[in-house]
Design a protein around this ligand. Structure first.
Ligand SMILES: [Mg+2]
Length: 355
């Protein structure tokens, strides 16, 4: 099977409510959709969204990385797992762009074997439980959004935080005192040690159901992460600190987190994510399958991947639920807080509605 041509198209999809974190505010999802056409008639889909604050990538940089470096390395050569190494070698960094290409290649490789992607990766279809993001806002607004999510059936809420200890405690108090959901707290690198410890101690003292604290400190502060892990009674999830296998090895070696949040847009796709899962599993560490604010293609790929590794025990794959409408038609079932990949070959995507 050879790739003969490709298309890159913009997909814009409005969000139900603005997505606000300590790093950015987003009102409309923007994604580049990659379509690979082959001599066999199989079509492979991938996508990438710009998350400049995390990966350093923008729409122009992703387009350039794909068109000038990554895709030329794949054109008119036989597709195999070796194609994944070509993607890796074609350009340094640019993980979202590489992930788009890898997802599309995996879609094709699984289609060639007539297997859904999770089965191609050695997994089976599992009904995944995902949290839903509650954007960073006033305590009243976060309470309102949380109550709505819980009434809708959500059991896990990811609260976006990133203010002072007193501001964030007001937010947590508002939600925890009125909602029965399990809380995940994500400060997106915005806290210092004292703030994180104050928030953690407060949640423990109040007996709140806080499952984890995600990336409280700047990405490079493994020292603070190790100290916090040793002193906090709430488990620590590393997100922006871990892109690659070497980052994961460092977390394990320095005892810097309890869990790792794996996102295909950080790892550069599925092949590196597999390596992260393997090392996490051998270290007895659980992982979360996460996503950027990205297109349903990326979410479907992440869901298939999450079904393939026992190391993944938590999911933060709410990207489709945040959209007013899902423009990607596939056999992956999305219900409130639940995702189940289907049985069609590859990603099971049958149509994309560009506006
Ligand atoms: Mg995060």
């Amino acid at each position: 099977m050879k790739i003969q041509s490709y298309e890159l198209k913009m997909l814009s999809a409005p969000l139900k409510t603005p997505f606000k974190t300590a790093l950015r505010n987003v009102f409309t999802l923007e994604a580049l959709i990659l379509t690979l056409h082959t001599n066999t008639g199989y079509i492979g889909y991938g996508s990438a969204s710009p998350t400049a604050a995390v990966t350093g990538e923008t729409l122009p940089s992703i387009t350039c990385a794909l068109e000038d470096y990554i895709l030329p390395s794949l054109m008119n050569s036989d597709l195999s797992v070796d194609s994944l190494a070509k993607i890796k070698r074609s350009i340094a960094h640019n993980p979202s762009a590489k992930s788009a290409a890898e997802i599309a290649v995996y879609d094709l490789l699984a289609k060639e074997k007539a297997l859904p992607l999770y089965a191609y990766l050695g997994g089976k279809s599992i009904c995944l439980n995902s949290d839903i993001t509650i954007s960073l806002d006033s305590p009243d607004k976060m309470l309102l959004d949380s109550v709505k999510a819980v009434r809708g059936g959500h059991k896990y809420l990811k609260l976006k935080l990133g203010g002072s200890a007193s501001e964030d405690i007001s937010r947590i108090d508002a939600v925890a005192n009125s909602c029965s959901a399990i809380l995940r707290l994500d400060a997106n690198q915005a806290w210092d040690f004292e703030t994180a410890k104050t928030v953690s101690d407060h949640c423990i003292a109040r007996g709140y159901k806080v499952e984890l604290i995600e990336q409280p400190f700047p990405a490079g502060r493994f020292d603070l992460m190790s100290r916090f892990k040793a002193e906090s009674l709430i488990p620590l999830l590393a997100d922006e600190s871990v892109f690659s296998l070497s980052d994961a090895k460092r977390v394990i070696a320095e005892n810097a987190a309890d869990y790792i949040n794996i996102k295909l847009a950080k790892t550069g796709g599925i092949s590196e994510a597999m390596k992260l899962c393997e090392i996490a599993e051998s270290a007895g560490m659980q992982c979360m399958m996460g996503c950027m604010l990205e297109s349903p293609i990326g979410i479907v790929a992440a869901a298939h991947f999450a079904c393939s590794s026992p190391a993944i025990t938590m999911c933060d794959l709410d990207g489709v639920e945040l959209l007013k409408e899902n423009p990607v038609v596939s056999d992956t079932v999305f219900e409130t807080g639940k995702i189940k990949p289907g049985k069609l070959p590859g990603l099971g995507i049958t149509d994309i509605k560009f506006n």
